[in-house]
Structure formats: C-alpha cells, structure tokens
Design a protein around this ligand. Structure first.
Ligand SMILES: Nc1ncnc2c1ncn2[C@@H]1O[C@H](COP(=O)(O)OP(=O)(O)OP(=O)(O)O)[C@@H](O)[C@H]1O
Ligand SMILES: [Mg+2]
Length: 305
C-alpha cells in the first residue's frame, strides 16, 4: 500500500497514479474512480481502468479486433491463412494501428477488497524529459448512439462553443513553459472557458510559440502526423469515433536546446480513447463528425507556420 499523509491509499504494491495524465478520470483515493495508473519502476506502460464496464469492454474489444484483423497470418509456404473479404479494410486497420498506442492486453488488479479491470497500453510519454501533453477531444457530437437523454444533455452542454464552432475541445493539457521554466497543468475548467476565438492562443501557449522568433520545428512535425490521421479519416468507412481524442506530446527539452533528435522520439501525435467507438453500419457514410474536427484542427495548426 502507498502511504501519504499517514493515510493508506488503496492501490496495489508498486502501482501509482500515472504522473503525466492530463485529462479524463483521475485517481481519487477512497472512491471508485481509478483513472490511469502506472508501475512505479516501469514507465513503458500505463493501466487504463475500465471505468464503466461497458466502456472498458468496448475499448478492449476495439483494440483486440485490430490485433486480429490487421495481421495476416501466413502458413509454411508464406501464403495468407485467412482470406480477407475486404482487403481495403485490412489496410485501413493496419494504418490505424500506427496511429494508436500499442495494446498489451486486459489485466486485473486486486485491491481494496475488489477486483478491477484495466487495459494495458503503451505509455506514449515514455522517455520524454519535459513532457508537454495536450488532450484534444474530437467531434461536435461527443455522445454515442447508446446515450440516454440525460447523457446527451450533459455532453451537449460541455465545451459547447468550441465543439460547435471547431468540432474539437481541450479537456486538459500540461506544458513546460520555456519562458518561465516551469511545468503548468490546465484542467477541464480551463478548456471549458475557451472559445473558437481564444483557442489559437491556448494552442500557441501549449506549443511555446508565442513569439515571432519561436522555434516551430515541432509544429511542422505535429502537422505532418495530423495530415496522416486526417487522410485516414477521410478514407475510412468502418468506425464512428465518439468522444475520442488526439494526444499531442512533445519534449520541451529538445526545443529548448535545439538538439537534433529523430522526430519519432520527441514528438508524438496519437489517437486515444476508444470507449465510444461504434461500427458504421451503412458503408456509404464517413465519420463526418470526426472529419469536421480534424479538418479544423489541421487548419489551425497550419495558421501557426
Ligand atoms: N497511451 C497513453 N500514453 C500516455 N498517456 C495516456 C495514454 N492514454 C491516455 N493517456 C492519458 O490519460 C488521459 C485520459 O485518457 P483517456 O481519455 O483514454 O481516459 P478516460 O478516462 O476514458 O477519459 P474520458 O473522461 O475522456 O472518458 C489522456 O488525456 C492522457 O493524458
Ligand atoms: Mg478521454
């Protein structure tokens, strides 16, 4: 058990709240909210608690379906063992896998007298010295087809202006502010006050590009990755991603020192949170809700360079 202020916190040995979580459900001792956890000694993975069982099961199934479908098993003669009715779908899923964290399965922890379920995922902030992390929730609509009246109402009222005008909102971020040499965290309360007019400045602050002479090399690297995700969304007709986010991460220490490091080591742009992903039944449709948001996000980033 971890001790803090003389009180026992009900987490298993060696497991602690994930230090670089910027949004979503955050661990609250003494409640059912577990949020995202990590191993004290091994920062290569994180454990995302199921939260509502239906959400955890849906997200686990989503990751598992990609594992199964995107891989082609070959036999001794290197011939595919399974015939894919839809080769295009396999390509789409394979590409999607490159935009999301690696998935290492479903695990259970016993603590506080109960058993809890988690997804074991790649920690995208691993190896980043001064992590700047922003969660950008995509979509004008952030409730799924199973939402009841109450859920629809509560989702529609949250981040109203940004979601309506831009198709994205900011439920949280942290930035290592190069000017003041300190890490600052901003919760959903900050994001809820943003409007389409104030959003560009919030993003510039997160990117440490408020001055004209700021280094913008990371902005170009982020854009490059956003273009790939955008292209994928415009193509795919298999999923509707409700309430899903794009997680942008960069290392302010690299920016600060003008160090040369391969971009895949200090800038990451990944899609996360698939608890509300649903298949598109009618194959003539695209996920227009997600496309609207990512198009606007790309446009805003383009205006910075
Ligand atoms: N693979 C990952 N690597 C690093 N950080 C992550 C990863 N997945 C999630 N996070 C962190 O945890 C936060 C919450 O993640 P996520 O949205 O998946 O959880 P959630 O509890 O379902 O949130 P919500 O309230 O939106 O349902 C993210 O904003 C990010 O800071
Ligand atoms: Mg989320």
């Amino acid at each position: 058990m971890i001790k803090s202020n003389g009180q026992e916190k009900p987490l298993p040995n060696g497991i602690i709240p994930f230090h670089a979580q910027v949004a979503g459900h955050i661990y609250e001792p003494g409640t059912k909210t577990i949020g995202i956890l990590q191993d004290r000694k091994d920062d290569s993975v994180i454990y995302k608690s199921f939260g509502k069982p239906a959400c955890g099961i849906r997200e686990t199934k989503f990751y598992m379906s990609l594992e199964e479908e995107a891989e082609v098993e070959v036999d001794e003669d290197c011939q595919p063992q399974r015939q894919y009715e839809d080769e295009e779908k396999r390509e789409i899923l394979k590409e999607l896998k490159s935009f999301i964290p690696s998935f290492y399965g479903h695990v259970k922890f016993n603590f506080n007298g109960s058993e809890y379920d988690f997804l074991k995922l790649e920690n995208l902030t691993r190896g980043i010295q001064l992590p700047c992390v922003m969660d950008i929730k995509i979509g004008q609509r952030t409730y799924d087809p199973l939402a009841d009246e109450e859920k629809i109402k509560s989702e529609e009222s949250k981040y109203y202006e940004c979601k309506k005008g831009l198709g994205f909102c900011i439920p949280g971020f942290q930035v290592y502010d190069l000017a003041n040499k300190e890490t600052k965290k901003y919760s959903k309360n900050f994001g809820k006050k943003l409007t389409p007019e104030t959003m560009p400045n919030a993003l510039k602050y997160f990117l440490n590009i408020q001055n004209n002479e700021s280094n913008k090399v990371h902005v170009l690297l982020i854009l490059k990755q956003l273009y790939k995700i955008q292209k994928w969304c415009q193509k795919q007709k298999y999923f509707e991603l409700f309430c899903s986010s794009i997680l942008i991460i960069y290392d302010a220490s690299i920016l600060n020192n003008n160090l040369l490091k391969p971009n895949d080591e200090w800038v990451h742009v990944k899609m996360i949170d698939f608890a509300h992903v649903f298949p598109i039944e009618d194959k003539s449709r695209h996920d227009t809700n997600y496309i609207f948001g990512i198009n606007n996000l790309v446009q805003m980033f383009e205006s910075f360079v």
